[in-house]
Design a protein around this ligand. Structure first.
Ligand code: 13P
Ligand code: SF4
Length: 419
């Protein structure tokens, strides 16, 4: 039984966000790009999104038990030269094989500090594997078990759109530093973005942030610039800027599908934070009504949410932070307490199972995993590992050297701000 089936069974859930949720991911490996069923199944997918080559029957027809045994066997044969990284949102049947489980920031650091591993198998999504490739040594291979494990939010900003936005904002705000030597605009990209956008930040005096260091990174940016262009997640940008004391009228949106971004030149000129109109389909499902329902059903419940949730949800919650923060909060909560969580269901379900002395539940009653993480099924993990055993590297993620070196500038700035 896959973890999604187990979650549906455990919760007795009557609603899932997609009827295809319990199908195997290769049912969606078609000629058209797709993320498979889940919260972002209906999002726009770039036409050039990578496709996964079809798996052979020896993988798609293998039983769950057989796949688990084959993964263990291949892992044993590959020994310490193999490092398997798993993001918190990953399926349980993948997480059991991970050498290290963490949030996107912890995983990228882990990849950077394990030079002895020849092969880093990244059970996350495409932008995370790209980051691992940039931060690891050139002789290491970074492998994404399913090529179509993208991130719909990361795909909401591409380099052409950001370059166009930058040129228009530079026309409005100018490009010469002010009297204090501050840059007119500092570009800040969320880790959930392509390597090309990280490189854009690297060559334009900008920086990368994750949900665990967004505030420290923005402080760094405002020491050096008058304004920030923040992409692709409007919510992380808005929530962090509000917590730093900025007001909503200082944060116009830039909509790449509207003429001139959709706001007036004056609004952009007077802005402190210009927010790209991107979002996460998983986190935008959480609502204030869900929080109110949880508070009624569990008086005294603590509500914690990821900062990719909307401002209203973050304001109505008791705490907000990265996946690592959410894990810690639940670990530290006293026995007997109730915690309602606004983040991806695989993580919430795992935390509930790990803490049977606490009531841990997801705010959203509809079972809806991150459809991109969902693409990494054990069949794909077995396939990449068995190929490695045979001396073949499949699904290697390679960032071209120019992009990698510029992206590394922006990543290194982040690692210096928040080691
Ligand atoms: P973290 O940085 O908290 O791991 O979140 C990554 C992510 O993709 C959340 O949707
Ligand atoms: Fe991307 Fe949202 Fe999935 Fe995170 S949860 S990887 S932001 S689609």
């Amino acid at each position: 039984m896959t973890s999604v089936d187990a979650i549906i069974e455990r919760l007795g859930a009557t609603r899932t966000c997609d009827a295809g949720l319990t199908k195997d991911p290769w049912a969606f490996d078609t000629t058209k790009p797709s993320y498979g069923p889940g919260a972002s199944a209906l999002d726009m997918i770039p036409r050039n999104a990578p496709r996964q080559q079809p798996l052979g029957k020896e993988y798609t027809e293998a039983s769950d038990e057989e796949l688990q045994e084959r993964i263990i066997d291949a892992k044993h044969k590959l020994g310490s030269k193999l490092l398997i990284l798993g993001h918190f949102y990953q399926r349980d049947e993948i997480i059991v094989h991970a050498d290290y489980v963490g949030d996107s920031f912890q995983l990228s650091k882990n990849a950077a500090t394990r030079p002895e591993a020849d092969n880093i198998v990244f059970c996350g999504v495409h932008f995370m594997a790209e980051t691992a490739d940039i931060l690891s040594t050139p002789r290491q291979n970074v492998i994404l078990p399913n090529m179509s494990a993208g991130c719909s939010m990361a795909d909401m900003a591409n380099i052409d759109q950001v370059t166009d936005c930058w040129e228009q904002l530079t026309d409005i705000c100018g490009s010469t530093p002010d009297a204090d030597g501050k840059q007119q605009i500092i570009p800040v990209t969320y880790m959930n973005s392509s390597a090309a956008l990280k490189a854009f930040c690297g060559r334009n005096g900008g920086i990368v942030c994750t949900s665990s260091n967004a505030r420290a990174v923005l402080e760094w940016a405002f020491e050096r610039g008058k304004r920030v262009l923040f992409f692709p997640d409007q919510h992380l940008g808005r929530n962090t800027a509000l917590a730093m004391g900025m007001s909503l009228d200082q944060m116009p949106l830039w909509d790449p599908f509207k003429a001139n971004g959709g706001a007036t030149p004056e609004q952009y000129a007077n802005a402190k934070m210009i927010l790209w109109k991107g979002f996460c389909s998983v986190h935008q499902r959480f609502t204030v009504e869900q929080i109110e329902r949880a508070r009624k059903a569990y008086p005294g419940v603590k509500v914690i949410v990821h900062p990719e949730c909307s401002m209203d949800v973050v304001n109505a919650a008791d705490g907000t932070g990265s996946t690592a923060y959410i894990v810690k909060e639940i670990e530290n909560a006293p026995a007997g307490s109730a915690i309602a969580v606004g983040t991806e269901i695989n993580l919430v379900n795992r935390l509930a199972a790990q803490h049977p002395d606490k009531t841990v539940f997801c705010l959203d009653p509809v079972v809806c995993p991150c459809s991109t993480m969902y693409r990494i099924h054990p069949a794909y993990l077995a396939w990449v590992l068995e190929n490695l055993v045979d001396g073949k590297v499949v699904n290697k993620i390679v960032v071209d050297p120019q992009t990698a070196s510029e992206a590394k500038i922006a990543l290194d700035r982040m690692l210096r701000v928040h080691p």
